[in-house]
Design a protein around this ligand. Structure first.
Ligand code: ACO
Length: 326
């Protein structure tokens, strides 16, 4: 079976920066509280005219450019997002149009903060079965549009951004070595967005103005996230006969620093094995892993042959890991 090798990475974050000091002026919070509870110092916010497909297309162009692949060469585009431009069509189709990937089939996948890892799994399997040769995997979000900016429990946590990777079928031993995915719908109410689905009529969003906003039970999410992120990372290592010392770079979903440090400690990773950039972007949900990956890659942190471990957890609940040989 062919492996899916990452041959290009790209990311895009909007220019506008919202700092903790900016938030102090809007809601009852402090820079100290936000940093001590989350590690987040600032987040990027999309301009009013930008849609998720714009962020995603820019990240995609950068990944294609690094890979030296033309958009028309892509067979498949899969995008993890919970903040697409519209409920439908799939935002992946809008990206396909914007970048000119005329020969690709495209769809979105809804796995919240696990979206990129779930999408990477779908892409790797299309490649393994021979259905696709070159695939674009995207994670992109404009969470600022579904945040209740009066709710201090949630609005300090999230940001906007996009990341993408280009995968190519290869016979060699580089590429995605394994993926492990899980879901448990029993937890759905701990983290969700009520508006714009079939549960409520479209007009209800006008009647209940808080319906479109993200809702979260932060404490409960925290505990389950730490447990599941740890378990599914172990699953990846055990499956490949590896231990944490075999991993060159651990790139977890950038939820918040406390979650990431708790997971890294349980997995016995040293600080230099863990990539964290949540301080500067906040939690960008499905975009966070490819955004961090691209930053690490462009900073020269990844060498050919390195073992990378991606680890994600999000609404649903969904969680998953992917082990990659670079
Ligand atoms: N500024 C100041 N005070 C605040 C703020 C704020 N921004 N937000 C909440 N508080 C207050 C609360 O109202 C509460 O006050 P009270 O005791 O008077 O009621 C107090 O701080 C403590 O609240 P807790 O919820 O206990 O705070 P906690 O230490 O648990 O931190 C947090 C909250 C940061 C949300 C934490 O639970 C967390 O990180 N949860 C995980 C959430 C997450 O990452 N979700 C992302 C999606 S899932 C994922 O990506 C993995």
């Amino acid at each position: 079976m062919k492996k899916a090798r990452i041959i290009g990475t790209g990311s895009y974050a909007p220019d506008s920066i919202l700092t903790n000091q900016d938030l102090e002026k809007r809601i009852d919070t402090t820079n100290e509280w936000i940093i001590s509870r989350t590690g987040i110092k600032q987040r990027r916010i999309a301009a009013p005219e930008q849609c998720t497909s714009d962020l995603a297309s820019e990240a995609a162009r950068r990944a294609l450019d690094m890979a030296g692949v033309k958009a028309e060469e892509l067979d498949f585009i899969v995008m993890g997002t919970i903040t697409g431009d519209y409920p439908w069509p799939a935002t992946a189709c809008l990206v396909q149009k914007k970048i000119g990937a005329t020969n690709a089939f495209a769809y979105d996948l809804s796995a919240a903060c696990s979206g990129f890892v779930f999408a990477l799994d779908a892409a790797a399997k299309q490649i393994a079965t021979g259905s696709a040769q070159k695939v674009l995997v995207i994670g992109a979000e404009i969470l600022s549009r579904i945040i209740d900016w009066e709710d201090r429990n949630t609005c300090v946590l999230f940001g906007d951004g996009a990341g993408a990777v280009v995968l190519e079928a290869t016979e060699g031993d580089h590429g995605v070595l394994s993926t492990h995915l899980h879901s448990d719908g029993n937890y759905w109410e701990l983290l969700y967005q009520a508006g714009f689905g079939s549960k409520h009529s479209a007009s209800a969003a006008g009647i209940d103005e808080r319906l479109p906003f993200l809702k979260m039970q932060g404490n409960d999410v925290f505990k389950v996230a730490v447990r599941m992120l740890t378990e599914v990372a172990h699953e990846a290592l055990d499956h490949n006969g590896m231990t944490s010392s075999d991993v060159n770079l651990f790139i977890p979903h950038q939820a918040n620093r406390r979650i990431l440090e708790a997971v890294a400690k349980r997995l016995k990773f040293s600080d230099d094995q863990v990539y964290i950039n949540v301080d500067f972007f906040g939690n960008t949900s499905g975009a966070s892993i490819p955004l961090a990956l691209d930053e690490a890659n462009r900073a020269g942190r990844i060498q050919s042959g390195d073992i990378l471990l991606f680890d994600a957890f999000g609404g649903g609940f969904t969680w998953g890991s992917a082990l990659v040989r670079w």
